[in-house]
Design a binder for this molecule. Sequence first.
Ligand code: ZN
Length: 470
Amino acid sequence: MSTTEALHGSSHALFAMHAYLPDGWRRNVLLRWNDAGALTSVLADAMPPPDAAHASGPIMPGMPNVHSHAFQRAMAGLTEYRGDARDSFWSWRDLMYRFAARITPEMLDAIACWLYIEMLKAGYTSVCEFHYLHHAPDGAPYANRAELAERVTDAAARAGIGLTMLPVLYQHSGFGARAPRADQCRFVNTPEALLDLLDALRRARPEHGGLTYGVAPHSLRAVSPEGLRALLDGFSARLPHAPIHIHIAEQTGEVDECLTATGARPVAWLFDHVDVDERWCLVHATHLDDAETAALARSAAVAGLCPTTEANLGDGVFPAQAYLDGHGRIGIGSDSHVAVDWRAELRLAEYGQRLVRRVRNVLASERRRQVGERLVDAALAGGAQATGRATGALRAGCRADWLVLDAYHPSIDGRPPGSWLSGIVFGEHGETPISDVHVGGRCVVRARRHVDEAQAYAAYRAAVAALMND
Ligand code: ZN
């Protein structure tokens, strides 16, 4: 069944019998939005006006994805074999570098476009792209320094997903400003060169409602304290309110090296040296001691959780209960894209806690007893903050980004609305409950199909085949 009719008419109105608003599920909700793709009004308990299309099922905000390395999509599933009895994040990284070394601009474009279509079909309507593949395979900058970042930006526009492009500063192969390895040559920039790249990108692809920019110092191991300062100063002079993302404490080996090099753990070091405010997203803040957990929760920063990738890489378990109970903010990311499904990320965030603690419903609270609702609310709010874009809620002023759920899906059909989000997060029974996806008011997925998916898949498949044959 088609979800909506006449969505592109001049009225820009949608009536939904059930909609998930900031205060929970409401009935008879009328959305209106403008030509720029922003919601202009959201009214509950409304009458359906004659000009409004009708949603075929319950609607909810689209989910922001706070962490993506698009090119890694093409290697998902290719590293699940034992090469060494001590396979780890670091041996996976060697394989990933070999893969990255062969990617051309055309391949990156095709891989990113297909990935973003997969994200849309899964209900992610925004993505933060942590983009560190900058140069040609020999390490020389392309004639256009922003060549690869532009390809990713254009792929997002074609797919129709909201994008926060985060060019990444990578300087060193380890603490103490160790020289980069040969297989890191495509990533390496000075702070000044990275800011030049950002300037070129912003000139070529100016910001609009569906596109914004931030910056990402890769990690404390790959960026020196001086480099971090220069980057943040230069970036804040340009975009004083835009997001800053960093990989922070993914691996225990990284924490140990940070302690040896600086005398402090990574999150503690960052809080001691930088004003970590609401602009920041700390990705993989996996290894926190109690003081770091409390400090991060007290700050206005977002912890970027990527549970399926963190499980796949054997990273560890984030202290989610203490952090959420301390009012910490979270977003979720698909990172290496072993899964492209926000429901799977939230499910694993909770299951990691259950398996470690041997109790159930760990990430519920007294006020939010449905685990699914608490996690969805947190990931929408924190995720939107990390994008630096007005999204993540059905509220006037936000982007008109929403998902239409299938009213006849077994996780929803015949059940009370209060169970729906837990039902779709914890239920996994084949077909997705997400039927249609709208971004900036535009329908990009209808009846579980993206408008361009056949063509995008053909290009993706060709890119993968070329990578495999190299
Ligand atoms: Zn990452």
